[in-house]
Design a protein around this ligand. Structure first.
Ligand code: UGA
Length: 454
């Protein structure tokens, strides 16, 4: 099929590259000319494992442009995957979505086109995008838009860092539209994934347990709500185990054992029960805020979602409180932070706990030493004010430090020579923000081992 993808962020780029890999003819459009140039030359603007290899494999059927006129006419499916950042009031900023919908509406050509909202958009956005498309189409073409296109929602469930695997081997595909013809088109588009009939890339073999993928075909509003309900549930699950973790710390229980013993109940499941500093990233914070705001429009409150947000913020503050308890005075202390990205295998810094914690420590008068094996360059660009605190190696973070906090669970940090590094510190103290170091081993190596919670 001929496909257009608007926006080459994490979601748009992964969607475009995977669909081209599966055999569709894909044109990605982005207003950022530098990004388009980079992608044309085989580079990628984001750090995502296997993206460069998949780009190379799909290159024949994949093109990049800044021009809607080159991308939209003739496309049977147009994905809109532009950013929807949070506004201060908790609502997503829909300015990019509006601009994209207007441009798509102007360029839709002959033949039926399915316009798919892939960005996470507030419930009701499908209707809103439909109205914008219609208006732009009718203004440009000077005729009615009836039957020319239909809007569908196809929420994205990929996680950064494993985005390609999540796209090729998803738990499910959700599509929502009030037009059965649009649902048929999307069913055809995803057939190879639904039936798992494609030959997997050599670098990402199909996991043994992956079989036919279920497709949920539903109405627009339900598809839009599924996305929020799923992200909010995952955020609640993490905050729940973190709340239990704090109690575990009080009663002397081991939260890792508690999470394991709880998650083995098939009704609960072990995933997203990893305790620690909590969630960050561009999705959970934004989507839980938007869900609460949407509910507010209907005079409905969501105390569980609200509580998950509060617990998450509390986890970040707990790091600073733990250091205060331990060191008493933070002024003048050197505190090392290992990891800046909001999770491993990405260079994304949006709503990263590390940034929050660094700011809080600086406000307490501490000297911070920051490191990330992949996201440091992006960090220097996005936070020039904090860039002078960056260290070029993880070892430098330990040098003469009073405490080191492990914030992002990068494999690089687990493989460090912790024994040798203890000798570099003023006082060997590690706060394991992800419960991923072996406490007994750390103690043997001379560290005072700390965590948030049990
Ligand atoms: C999340 C969802 O998992 C995806 O399904 C969804 O498509 C995406 O948001 C989105 O809406 O675009 P993502 O934010 O990329 O994906 O990353 P996750 O793997 O979900 O991690 C989010 C945060 O939770 C990270 O900071 C991670 O460290 C933290 N986390 C995750 C925990 O603290 N504990 C866990 O058990 C799992």
């Amino acid at each position: 099929m001929k496909v257009c993808v608007v926006g080459t962020g994490y979601v748009g780029l992964t969607t475009g590259v995977c669909l081209a890999f599966l055999g569709h003819e894909v044109t990605c459009v982005d207003y950022d000319a530098a990004k388009v140039e980079l992608l044309r030359s085989g580079g990628t603007p984001i750090y995502e494992p296997h993206m460069t290899e998949l780009l190379a494999e799909a290159a024949e059927r994949l093109s990049f442009t800044t021009s809607y006129a080159d991308a939209v006419p003739g496309a049977e499916v147009v994905f809109i995957a532009v950013q929807t950042p949070s506004l201060p009031d908790g609502n997503p900023d829909l300015a990019y979505l509006r601009a994209a919908a207007e441009s798509v509406g102007q360029h839709i050509g002959a033949g039926f086109t399915v316009v798919v909202n892939k960005s996470t958009v507030p419930i009701g956005s499908g209707n809103w995008v439909d109205a914008i498309l219609r208006e732009a189409f009718e203004r440009t073409h000077a005729r009615r838009a009836d039957g020319e296109f239909s809007v569908a929602s196809n929420p994205e469930f990929l996680r950064e860092g494993v985005a390609i695997a999540d796209t090729l081997y998803p738990d499910r595909i959700v599509v929502g539209s009030d037009n059965p013809r649009a649902l048929d088109v999307l069913n055809g588009l995803y057939r190879a994934i639904l039936n798992q009939t494609f030959t997997p890339p050599t670098f990402l073999p199909r996991p043994d347990e992956v079989g036919a993928v279920p497709m949920v075909s539903t109405d627009l509003a339900s598809a839009e709500l599924i996305k929020y309900a799923a992200n909010a549930f995952l955020a609640i699950k993490i905050s729940y185990i973190n709340e239990i973790g704090r109690l575990a710390g009080k009663v002397g229980a081991d939260i890792i054992e508690v999470a394991r013993g709880t998650g083995l109940d098939a009704r609960i499941g072990p995933r997203f029960l990893e305790p620690g500093i909590g969630w960050g990233g561009s999705c959970f914070g934004k989507d839980t805020a938007a869900l609460i705001t949407t509910a507010g429009d209907y005079h409905h409150d969501m105390p569980i979602v609200q509580a998950a947000r509060e617990v998450n913020l509390r986890q970040r503050r707990a790091v600073v409180d733990r250091l205060l308890d331990e060191l008493r005075i933070l002024k003048g202390r050197r505190i090392g932070l290992l990891g800046l990205a909001f999770k491993p295998d990405t260079d994304d810094l949006r709503d990263s706990p590390a940034v929050d914690i660094a700011e809080q420590l600086i406000a307490h008068g501490a000297r911070v030493a920051l490191h990330d094996p992949v996201a440091a360059q992006r960090f220097a660009r996005e936070r020039p004010d904090l860039a002078p605190h960056l260290c070029s190696t993880a070892e430098e973070v330990f040098d003469d430090s009073d405490a080191v906090v492990l914030i992002t669970k990068w494999a690089h940090y687990l493989d460090l020579d912790w024994g040798k590094l203890a000798g570099l510190m003023r006082t060997p103290r590690v706060l394991d923000g992800r419960h991923c170091l072996d406490a007994a081993r750390m103690t043997r190596l001379g560290y005072r081992y700390l965590s948030v919670g049990g």
